[in-house]
Write a protein that binds this ligand. Sequence first.
Ligand SMILES: C[S@@+](CC[C@H](N)C(=O)[O-])C[C@H]1O[C@@H](n2cnc3c(N)ncnc32)[C@H](O)[C@@H]1O
Length: 262
Amino acid sequence: MLAEDADPELVAEKLIHPQFPRSAAYDPVWQGRYALGPNPLWLTESLSGLLDLSPGMRVLDLGCGWATSAIFLAKEYGVDVVAVDQRMPPHLNWPVIVEAGVQSQVMPLQAEAHDLRFARGYFDAVVSIDAYHYFGTDELYAGYLQQFLAPGGVLAFVTLGLAEEIDGVVPEHLADAWEPDFHAFHSPEWWRAHLGRSGQLDVEHADLLPDGWKHCMRWHELGAQAAEPQWRGFCEGWVRRFGIDRGRTIGLPRVVARKPPA
Ligand SMILES: C[S@@+](CC[C@H](N)C(=O)[O-])C[C@H]1O[C@@H](n2cnc3c(N)ncnc32)[C@H](O)[C@@H]1O
């Protein structure tokens, strides 16, 4: 999402933020090149503070895209990650993993979120960055996914969503900035109830990422200035949307749910 020749001063202004100190150490152009939406390192860092990650844990990164979130988890917390995405063939994100030097910790895999072939109880954590709303709104999904968690393991995600439920009524101020797919956006309280209803996960945390819309806007402003043509319209659209909405409707729900210990 970020051109190689982006102005370094602009990059520093938009990208370095005290809320995300670990992310700030990663090459900004690299961060932009391999993002498919809001900055995946920021979102991963915002979740990891809520998790007890320790070296050697097994983590599933679901909807990993270019796997920068998986690389970040491996580098920062020493965990082993299986990075799964439906549409990203491993021959594309594997070189990114190798270049980052975490090839012994991150394994990319192309798979659909409803068709995972792991052993029951295999993972200590499932992390999902700006992807869970694509597959996780299904009533049966949390019950399906939790089988791959060890007892006491956690599901943690941050994804685009709503500050509060809108019950199908698009707010007037967003009428011409709304996309049909946004009907999969939900609020933290909706996610809390949705996961809780599975009866198999205890929701420990459900909030809106603090200042999430502002961070996203800053990130997309950078993309809109410097992105390659195919990304520019996408980024401009989000800058406009966040600018109109200013956090009233769209935000980033952040959710952590734990499988009860055996
Ligand atoms: C907005 S992108 C985010 C990618 C990456 N996490 C990031 O932040 O850059 C959403 C990702 O979810 C993946 N995805 C969507 N539906 C999926 C499904 N049913 N199973 C597995 N992956 C899925 C897409 O292929 C896409 O790479």
